[in-house]
Design a protein. Structure first.
Length: 193
């Protein structure tokens, strides 16, 4: 999808490796990688830049949009939906008006946007309570890719079979019970360390 120029939204549980995958896409395509974690305090200046005493400092989104690279909108389902709306035209139409410096930027042919989310953007769940319902116009700009834990990855991050199998079985049982506790690939790596 990255090579096709499509905006991908990786949706999956915590610790599944969404951020790692986005970095690997950049590495595989030999492109610069940048990210913004969309916490509740994220603002347009994080994306587009800001004026400082030393002049204008580009935001990571506008910089990669202009020069090429992979941008990860991490935890995008936790963002203020209005901050995301500020990117909508750029994501769909190939042009970005930067309101912070007045520049009109053409999308670089090697700009790739990947979003990372724990939900499909329809709001909070019992497990991911800090998530927002995203605007339909924003969601419409993405191809949703569901991602989940992969046994081969877990074997790599936790080569102790006894520990890994116990954690995988516990994870499976928690899912069967529809429990809101998480045992992730990240946790398996942490336990093994």
């Amino acid at each position: 999808m990255a090579k096709l120029g499509l905006n991908s939204l990786l949706v999956g549980p915590a610790g599944v490796g969404k951020t790692v995958v986005a970095g690997q896409v950049a590495e595989a395509l030999e492109l610069e990688f940048g990210t913004v974690c969309f916490t509740a305090g994220a603002s347009e200046s994080w994306l587009f830049g800001r004026q400082t005493a030393n002049g204008f400092v580009d935001g990571v989104f506008s910089k990669l949009y202009k020069n090429g690279g992979v941008f990860l909108g991490d935890e995008i389902d936790a963002a203020d939906p209005n901050v995301l709306l500020a990117m909508n035209t750029a994501l769909a139409n190939g042009k970005l008006y930067n309101p912070m410096n007045g520049e009109l930027i053409e999308k670089h042919e090697n700009f790739i946007f990947i979003g990372g989310a724990n939900t499909v953007g329809k709001g909070a769940s019992a497990v991911y309570t800090g998530r927002n319902r995203l605007d339909g116009a924003t969601l419409n700009r993405f191809v949703i890719v569901m991602v989940d834990y992969v046994q081969a990855v877990e074997e790599t991050v936790c080569s102790n079979e006894a520990v890994r199998v116990k954690l995988q079985n516990a994870h499976k049982r928690l899912r069967e019970l529809n429990c809101d506790e998480i045992i992730s690939s990240r946790n398996m790596e942490q336990v093994y360390l």
